[in-house]
Design a protein around this ligand. Structure first.
Ligand SMILES: Cc1cc2nc3c(=O)[nH]c(=O)nc-3n(C[C@H](O)[C@H](O)[C@H](O)COP(=O)(O)O)c2cc1C
Length: 362
């Protein structure tokens, strides 16, 4: 029987409990992507707060794969020394940290990246009112290589693991989804073809970091869009990753176009609304042998405890740790009232305007 506060391993990484800080863009880097002292302090606080694993905010693997401002850059070697300081600060507090790698594909704006966004097909996605350019075969190979190089930098910089961002409508998800992938070559059409980009990214990353280094992925269990990635295809994608040796799969759901079913839902004010991706997790957990991580709306101790005992290997949270970086220690100490986060998502705003996210309610 799994318990929240017990040691476990993902590949060779030992985690002191089963609580994970899900990837959360902090907006605390310099414009070019260099981490600041504020970001290092943020991760130090999380590590001190006792969470088992910190997953960083999404770090872009190539210049045109970025979206929000002041995001971490994993696209070049110029920040390796800064990143070593960052991972060193976490390790000094006996924490573990995983770098999330992203290419946002068509979910960005030309004015922010200095060129037309790239995507599997020239399909406009809601909220990004610009038709992206269909990637050529050479561009696909370049981006696959960029993921590999970024993962190599993560390992060199002292990160304990990497996580591929395969969810929320970003590039890997765009390839998986029949709504955004209309290709007729080997990267489109059948589910095997739509998985090809994801698997080739995974293979390249694995080749660079080696078998003993934890490689995780965040996947949508469903896009919640008519014609988008559905649960059946997501289970297939998860099975494929599992067979190829992925070390853990975090299950989210939705894209920014999914309305009430988007990845970040508001007003989680009752236990029945919590853990809103658990139905997707259940199907995927039944199909794979690797650990499964659930994310989405977890707030109260009994719900987290039950999910870990009965359903998934780990529970990840994002917004609760913005308000309470020490939530894990608080729960561990026996003060098990629910996380104070009210799920308003207003934490985004200071990230955009004030050089970093924080809880505006606190
Ligand atoms: C401010 C903010 C930034 C986020 N940035 C990322 C990110 O960089 N990568 C990612 O996979 N998810 C990101 N998310 C989504 C979270 O990881 C998580 O999937 C979602 O917030 C639901 O979990 P929660 O209810 O515990 O917040 C972000 C969420 C918030 C609120």
């Amino acid at each position: 029987m799994r318990k929240i506060f017990e040691e476990s391993t993902i590949n060779r990484m030992t985690l002191k409990n089963r609580l994970i800080r899900s990837a959360t863009w902090e907006g605390m880097c310099e414009e070019a992507g260099r981490p600041t002292a504020r970001l290092i302090d943020c991760y130090r606080d999380l590590a001190r707060g006792g969470v088992g694993l910190i997953i960083t905010g999404y770090a872009f693997v190539s210049e045109e794969g970025r979206q929000l401002p002041c995001t971490l850059g994993a696209h070049s070697g110029q920040f390796v020394n800064d990143l070593k300081r960052l991972t060193g600060a976490v390790h000094a507090e006996e924490g573990k940290i995983c770098l999330q790698l992203v290419h946002v594909g068509g979910q960005t704006k030309a004015k922010d990246i200095g060129r037309a966004p790239l995507a599997p097909s020239a399909v406009m996605t809601k909220q990004f009112p610009q038709v992206p350019v269909e990637m050529s075969f050479a561009e696909i190979q370049r981006v696959i290589k960029a993921f590999g190089e970024a993962a190599g930098r993560a390992r060199e910089s002292g990160f304990d693991a990497v996580q591929l961002h395969g969810a929320h409508g970003y590039l890997i998800n765009q390839f998986l989804s029949p709504l955004t992938n209309l290709r007729t070559d080997e990267y489109g059409g059948s589910i095997d073809n739509r998985c090809r980009f994801m698997i080739e990214v995974y293979w390249r990353v694995r080749e660079v970091v080696g078998r003993d280094y934890p490689v995780l992925i965040k996947l949508n269990g469903a896009d919640h869009l008519v014609g988008g990635l559905d649960l059946e295809d997501a289970v297939y994608a998860a099975e494929l990753l599992d067979q190829e040796g992925i070390d853990a799969i975090e299950i989210s759901g939705g894209t920014p176009a999914s309305g009430a079913m988007a990845p970040i839902r508001n007003k989680i004010d009752s236990p029945t609304l919590e853990g809103y991706n658990l139905p997707l997790c259940r199907e995927i957990k039944a199909a794979v042998s690797c650990p499964v991580i659930a994310v989405g709306g977890f707030r109260s101790f009994p719900v987290v405890e039950r999910a870990i005992r009965d359903e998934v290997d780990y529970v990840a949270m994002a917004r609760p740790f913005i308000r309470e970086p020490d939530l894990a220690l608080r729960w561990r100490s026996g003060n098990c009232t629910a996380a104070f986060c009210i799920s308003c998502s207003k934490c985004f705003m200071p990230g955009l305007k004030e050089g970093g996210i924080y809880c505006v309610v606190k």
